[in-house]
Design a protein. Structure first.
Length: 325
């Protein structure tokens, strides 16, 4: 065989291998969404990333604040190294549009949905474990899964964790009253003193939200306050029962024994899930491996207020950890 023929064969083999590799890479990518029967209803999930990589399940906040519609802002940077699943929980996003809301969700029902989804993911994609990344209310579900299914979770990332609603809101009211008393805003002080904690209704929630916003530099005028009040009324009608059950949860009085690697992100301007409680909660966690990271000058909504910083840190901590899948 002459040199030219040999050269052509080598080139042909190289091109074939490159094409085969490209096809394989394309096949590994996943970008799809569909409904899964969870808790007796069709619940929406979206999947993006590399299907043979470790699975990250993102548990959104709220309750009721589905994140799948803006997943690019939250988890896009993870999609080259993980398969990322977003779930529109019962009463939220496309799951709500598909089913409506025939019953007021309870904490037990939402936990059951999360357990069922976890089982579906593990069985469908033949995995032993997954990673949980949860924000705000979603951390309540994530911590429940990490404690109740300890062998199924490799890493838990709790963003702005809900440690104690009662303690957070009590602390916030004291901070706000002290602030507005000092600035001689008698209207604010008077309204804040009328708030019931635990909240008795949407009005309590709206008043505290109004003055927290002003404390953080965003003044809410009467027209805007009326709009927010209507929103809180609608939200409270749907989620008030679950919210009242969350008041009974105090992670500071429970020794959280979480076997998996546990990571906490908190904003040092977070008064909704009071950042000092997040730090106390972290200190009390019994885990073989735990880490905590502060987001400077960020409030409760880290995924929206500090999206790029959050994704960079998420990628760093998740790729640095040992993942069993």
């Amino acid at each position: 065989m002459n040199f030219k023929a040999t050269y052509l064969i080598i080139i042909s083999v190289f091109i074939y291998k490159m094409n085969a590799q490209n096809i394989e890479n394309v096949h590994q990518k996943i970008d799809t969404s569909y409904f899964v029967k969870i808790g007796g209803i069709d619940q929406y999930i979206s999947l993006k990333g590399i299907k043979d990589k470790p699975i990250v399940l993102y548990l959104h906040g709220g309750p009721g604040a589905a994140a799948s519609a803006h997943s690019e802002k939250i988890t896009a940077s993870l999609e080259q190294d993980f398969m990322v699943i977003h779930w529109d929980q019962r009463g939220a996003g496309k799951t709500l549009k598909q089913n409506g809301l025939k019953q007021r969700p309870t904490l037990t029902l939402m936990q059951s949905d999360a357990e069922e989804l976890l089982t579906y993911i593990l069985n469908t994609f033949q995995r032993q474990q997954i990673i949980l990344v949860a924000n705000s209310w979603g951390t309540s579900l994530a911590i429940h899964l990490a404690e109740s299914k300890p062998n199924k979770i490799s890493t838990l990332v709790a963003i702005s964790p809900i440690v104690s609603l009662f303690s957070s809101q009590k602390s916030l009211n004291k901070i706000l009253i002290r602030h507005f008393r000092k600035s001689k805003n008698q209207k604010a002080v008077k309204q804040l003193k009328t708030i019931n904690i635990p909240y008795h209704n949407a009005k309590d929630m709206a008043i505290q939200f109004k003055w927290l916003s002003e404390y953080q530099g965003a003044v809410i005028n009467d027209t805007l306050y009326s709009q927010y009040s209507q929103f809180f009324e609608q939200w409270y009608t749907k989620w008030g029962l679950l919210y009242s059950q969350l008041y009974k949860v105090n992670r500071l009085k429970i020794t959280s024994s979480i076997q998996c690697r546990t990571i906490v992100f908190y904003g040092d301007k977070d008064y909704t899930a009071y950042y000092k409680l997040s730090k106390k909660f972290f200190k009390g966690i019994k885990s073989k491996e735990k880490e905590i990271y502060r987001f400077k000058d960020v409030g409760h909504q880290i995924p929206m207020e500090a999206s790029n910083r959050m994704q960079e840190l998420l990628l760093k901590v998740l790729l640095n950890g040992k993942i069993n899948y």
